[in-house]
Write a protein that binds this ligand. Structure first.
Ligand code: NAP
Length: 442
């Protein structure tokens, strides 16, 4: 497989496309077939040898910190992902994203939001988690508070504005004049052109300054933080003595991969509360050019590398919508004493999206009106049939005797509930293991 690696530190010319072995997952890891990887300022710092985590002993090194793609393999102990799941991840530094397949710890991975596409999804993990952790974990931002975000039009900043608004905060942000409309559309309440105005002259005191710029911008920010407020930076350590004197908290932090937070972000994207803005897209072979654009050009949103040329099928089309189901035993292990059949709630994507716990199985009884697909052994094959529950004490089989291939059974059930909102249930007779090829399980 192809990977963009550096064999020495330096300018864009040190990046090479190498042919390397496809990785295999260890315990608690997954392998992601990468559709797209995003480009972040840290990538160039790593390439230049200016990021302390990557040293000479790590060379050759695959660049890139976040990806979107599809689960290609799962290691032992991974309960939460199935092969074929569309996922995205902020990777720990030992795994690079500019490559066709990448290993990730299962804890770093989350299911992709159902929109946008792979390119938009790749744009989210590092920048989104950085914004999330800066505002909420380190900044402690609460609903009703005021935050000033420096650099609101960039990769991290455009998420930070939207997350802060989604959580009920008031947002001021500094940007170039050409980005004023852009961040206003994202929800910013006060927009300051950093080249034309001094933010400290126009912003009323805030509970939090989220600093994505550093330098004198950070220095001047002390004057706008309320007593007991905070100044949090992604770049340089703020002056602690000054912060103490002023009675505020001040810190620099490094964002950490976190699949659970990424899943919360995916939910906000799915709900339409957060837009993902991709400034430009390049091929894997243009990684050097992509990094140069991020370093040198005015960027609004994110720069992304498209690793495979074909776009994966949209995650949710109407057909897939009907075929989605809740995950079965993998999530919690097969229940003790479950000797014959078990019901699993399936099929209702909107309900699934509203629930953080939708990947767990839902034992229970299918209500009247539900369609049920039963999978069982027939000789050495697995077959399925579809029935409709007329009342919960009597199973009315609507297609008696018609046993069919599992995938065909899924399609049949889907076509018969086209006009109904009832979920599809899946019943697995003992010994039948779910196969993702039959239909899409969420
Ligand atoms: N500590 C961590 O874990 C962590 C994680 C992620 C990012 N970071 C760092 O955080 C910074 C932001 O990352 P990013 O991905 O958002 O970068 P980015 O996409 O390059 O965005 C930077 C933005 O800042 C704007 N800008 C430049 N000078 C400004 C100023 N004086 N006042 C206000 N805005 C200004 C730029 O706009 P113009 O082009 O108009 O100037 C651009 O929109 C980077 O330095 C990155 O290395 C750190």
């Amino acid at each position: 497989m192809q990977a963009v690696r550096i064999h020495r530190f330096g300018g864009p010319e040190v990046m090479a496309i190498d042919e390397i072995d496809q990785p295999t997952p260890a315990a608690n890891e997954v392998v992601i077939k990468v559709f797209a990887a995003s480009v972040n300022p840290v990538d160039a710092k790593m390439r230049e040898g200016k990021y302390p985590v990557v040293t000479e002993k790590d060379l050759p090194y695959v660049l890139g910190r976040d990806v979107s793609g599809e689960i290609a393999a799962v290691g032992s102990g991974v309960a939460s992902f199935l092969i074929g799941d569309k996922v995205f991840a902020f990777l720990s530094p030992e795994h690079g994203g500019y490559e066709e397949f990448v290993v990730a710890s299962a804890e770093e991975v989350a299911l992709q939001p159902q929109a946008p596409d792979a390119i938009g999804s790749a744009a989210v993990p590092l920048a989104g988690i950085t914004a999330w952790q800066g505002l909420f974990d380190h900044g402690g931002l609460l609903a009703g508070q005021r935050v000033l975000i420096h650099g609101g039009a960039g990769g991290v900043g455009h998420f930070a504005i939207q997350f802060a608004k989604a959580k009920g905060a008031w947002v001021a942000t500094t940007v170039s004049s050409s980005d004023k409309d852009f961040v206003t559309d994202l929800g910013a309440d006060q927009v300051i052109d950093y080249k034309a105005e001094k933010f400290e002259d126009v912003v009323e005191p805030v509970d939090l300054v989220f600093d994505l710029i550093g330098g004198e911008t950070q220095e001047r920010s002390f004057s706008v933080v309320k007593p007991k407020g905070a100044l949090i930076s992604t770049l340089q350590e703020p002056d602690k003595a000054k912060a103490k004197k002023q009675g505020i908290r001040a810190a620099r932090y490094t964002a950490q991969p976190n699949g659970a937070q990424l899943q919360e972000i995916a939910q906000l994207i799915y709900q339409g509360e957060v837009q993902v803005v991709v400034a430009s897209t390049f091929g894997l072979g243009q990684a050097a050019e992509a990094q140069s654009v991020l370093q040198e050009k005015h960027i609004r949103g994110k720069v992304v590398l498209q690793v495979v040329s074909e776009q994966p099928k949209p995650l949710i089309d109407e057909e897939a919508r009907r075929l989605r189901a809740y995950l079965i035993w993998e999530a919690e292990g097969r229940p003790e004493g479950q000797d014959l059949t078990h019901w699993y709630r399936a099929g209702d994507t909107d309900a699934a999206a509203e629930r953080g716990d939708y990947r767990q199985y839902f034992p229970g009884i299918a209500p009247a009106g539900s369609l049920v697909i039963k999978f069982y052994h027939s000789g050495d094959q697995i077959r399925g049939y579809v029935r409709k529950i007329a009342d919960t004490d009597a199973d009315d089989t609507i297609f008696p005797g018609e046993e069919m291939e599992p995938a065909a059974a899924f399609k049949l059930a889907a076509s018969h509930r086209a006009d109904s909102n009832e979920p599809i249930f899946v019943e697995l007779v003992e010994g039948v293991e779910w196969n993702p090829k039959w239909g899409r399980l969420a």
